[in-house]
Design a protein around this ligand. Structure first.
Ligand code: ACO
Length: 333
């Protein structure tokens, strides 16, 4: 079974409620209908129910099994205003501004508040809004899982080479969120991603902390940051296999690993790649996609107390469906 089919099967077994704030984008309506038809999640679409129904009908999308919820008419609005004011007290947010944020046209804060308060198990956005806007709503309202301060992203990368990672599948992090993580943040990214490997692929991570140096072959403060992060990650989670610093070829190619890092249990067989910063991660995943013919099978935000996932604005209806399925699986814990 392929990776997405496997994730959809998991989502179906324990249905979760996922809120989609960007109902103003037609792809979201089509995805909501498909998600209901495939039985992948209980979907809540935010927006005026009447206009959602008529737009859906015009496209032939069946929303009869989707909950349609208008934020402005929600009986929970005042509760959400109070909660947002309390959450953002340290930034001096007034009740009027909190209400405006919750009723903003993007509906991102309302969705985030539904996730925070358990009215939804997760949210998916990004078809219309920028990554920064989606992440800000999630960071400010949903917050981080206990014990983790750094929210990051994990990407499921499927390469055409079955000898790499797990039958060609690798996890990449962080390619989306943290511009320049310090050693502590990088350690948290490694630990969170290794745990995501367990829950998404059902296998133990072999996580390589990437650098331009392998096990001290080069001396530089940037290398020190990565080595320090590897030590911190191992101290945080001794049960996980995390090693570094190492170069990409040492991480992936057994022959190079034998030469450069013969004692490493990760080198030469890594299935999880931890990039040193956002420049490397973002460029790295795009190089893999554009030059090596790999495909991004999924992108998830990790480290949040509950899932709120972002997508590319160029996403297709099928991308939305698979991201919602992944979010539902993440929400199963
Ligand atoms: N983990 C946990 N908390 C965080 C993180 C993080 N990674 N980043 C910011 N925060 C906190 C902040 O400390 C802040 O807390 P506070 O408001 O309670 O003091 C809160 O979250 C909100 O942060 P803001 O200050 O509003 O936002 P910030 O300016 O820090 O931006 C953001 C955060 C949006 C994630 C920023 O780092 C960013 O833009 N990252 C890059 C996104 C991007 O463009 N990615 C590449 C393109 S996507 C693609 O190619 C698929």
């Amino acid at each position: 079974m392929d990776l997405i089919a496997d994730i959809k099967e998991k989502a179906r077994r324990q249905m979760r409620t996922i809120v989609l704030p960007e109902s103003y984008d037609d792809r979201m309506l089509l995805a909501a209908a498909q998600l209901a038809a495939e039985g992948l999640a209980r979907i809540v679409l935010l927006g005026d129910p009447e206009s959602l129904r008529s737009r859906a009908a015009a496209m032939g999308a069946d929303l009869s099994r989707t909950t349609l919820l208008s934020p402005a008419a929600s009986p929970r609005l005042q509760e959400y205003v109070d909660e947002l004011v309390a959450l953002r007290r340290h930034k001096g947010l007034a009740a009027d501004d909190a209400r405006k944020q919750l009723l903003a046209l993007d509906q991102l804060y309302f969705a985030a508040m539904m996730v925070r308060t358990g009215q939804a198990d997760g949210a998916v956005a990004g078809a219309f809004n920028s990554t920064g806007d989606v992440l800000r709503a999630a960071l400010q309202v949903v917050g981080t899982v206990p014990g983790i301060r750094t929210v990051s992203s994990v990407m499921l990368m499927v390469t055409p080479n079955p000898e790499l990672g797990e039958n060609g599948t690798l996890l990449f992090a962080d390619c989306v969120v943290n511009p320049r993580p310090d050693a502590q943040a990088l350690a948290e990214i490694a630990v969170t991603t290794a745990r995501s490997c367990r829950s998404l692929l059902g296998v133990e991570a072999r996580a390589a902390m990437l650098s331009f140096s392998t096990m001290g072959s080069a001396g530089h403060e940037e290398v020190d940051r990565i080595r320090q992060a590897a030590d911190m990650a191992r101290a945080m989670a001794p049960d996980l296999l995390i090693d570094g610093e190492m170069q990409l070829d040492a991480a992936l190619v057994p022959g190079v690993a034998a030469q450069k890092a013969p004692d490493s249990l990760v080198a030469g067989r890594a299935n999880t790649l931890i990039f040193p910063d956002l420049n490397a991660g973002n460029i790295g995943y795009k190089l893999t996609e554009r030059i090596a013919g790999a495909k991004v099978a999924g992108l998830m935000v990790q480290g949040l107390a509950k899932p709120f996932n972002d997508m590319s604005r160029g996403c297709t209806v099928e991308d939305i469906v698979s991201t919602v399925a992944m979010t539902a699986v993440q929400a199963q814990g």
